[in-house]
Ligand binder design. Structure first.
Ligand SMILES: C[S@@+](CC[C@H](N)C(=O)[O-])C[C@H]1O[C@@H](n2cnc3c(N)ncnc32)[C@H](O)[C@@H]1O
Length: 204
């Protein structure tokens, strides 16, 4: 496997070196929920859910939420968060590229999991998300924007976070499988200085 593995992520959680962590549910998820883009009791996956803030938010609102993460430390922290809040949601300790659900999801909330994976893993990830979702299902994706000009000019791939260039996203989430809305897309700032693009795609 190219790029960061489970031990890398476990180490980040163990050391508390998690600058991506907002300490609460993603602001764009809250906007999408307020707008009714997905509604309870939809069956929703949160791949690479980290500490589980978004899983907890969805569970609290009556969604049938499932968090998936390859870091045992992340899963443990997410289970503790759910227990502390008295919420029920499934947590799965697995590699999102390999794992398949027992029944299809209505929606996936992708909060910067793609940017955590080396681009050579992206095709397997897209294949997994397409397999998880029912036809007509919704992919809510927060794609980290982190271009590094000098590295790009030299053809060097740097990360995590790996930059989710919109051209690469258009090619990865192929029109044949995914229905794209017309741009512009939501630009969501992060307290760490980066920003994310918020995309709502439909599984054909
Ligand atoms: C940048 S963090 C985002 C965490 C969370 N979504 C958040 O915003 O707080 C990326 C997360 O994806 C997980 N991850 C990375 N690659 C993964 C994979 N192949 N399968 C499952 N989880 C993965 C990491 O363990 C980490 O928790």
């Amino acid at each position: 496997m190219a790029g960061p593995d489970a031990a890398f992520w476990d180490d980040r959680f163990a050391r508390g070196d998690t600058p991506w962590d907002r300490g609460g549910a993603g602001p764009q998820l809250l906007e999408w929920l307020a707008a009714g883009v997905i509604v309870p009791p939809a069956h929703v996956a949160v791949p690479g859910c980290g500490r589980g803030w978004d899983v907890a938010e969805l569970a609290a609102r009556g969604f049938d939420a499932v968090g998936i993460d390859m870091s045992a430390g992340a899963c443990e922290r997410a289970r503790m968060l759910l227990a502390d809040r008295g919420l029920r949601a499934e947590m799965v300790h697995a590699d999102v590229c390999a794992w398949r659900p027992a029944r299809p999801f209505d929606a996936v909330y992708e909060q910067t999991c793609l940017c955590a994976m080396h681009p050579t893993m992206w095709r397997a990830y897209e294949t997994a998300l397409a397999a998880w979702l029912r036809p007509g299902g919704t992919l809510l994706a927060m794609i980290a924007q982190r271009p590094r000009r000098e590295a790009v000019d030299a053809g060097i791939i740097e990360g995590p976070p790996y930059h989710g260039d919109i051209n690469a996203m258009r090619m990865l989430f192929d029109d044949a499988r995914w229905e794209w809305p017309v741009p512009p897309y939501a630009r969501v700032p992060h307290p760490n200085g980066m920003h994310e693009l918020g995309l709502v795609l439909r599984r054909r």
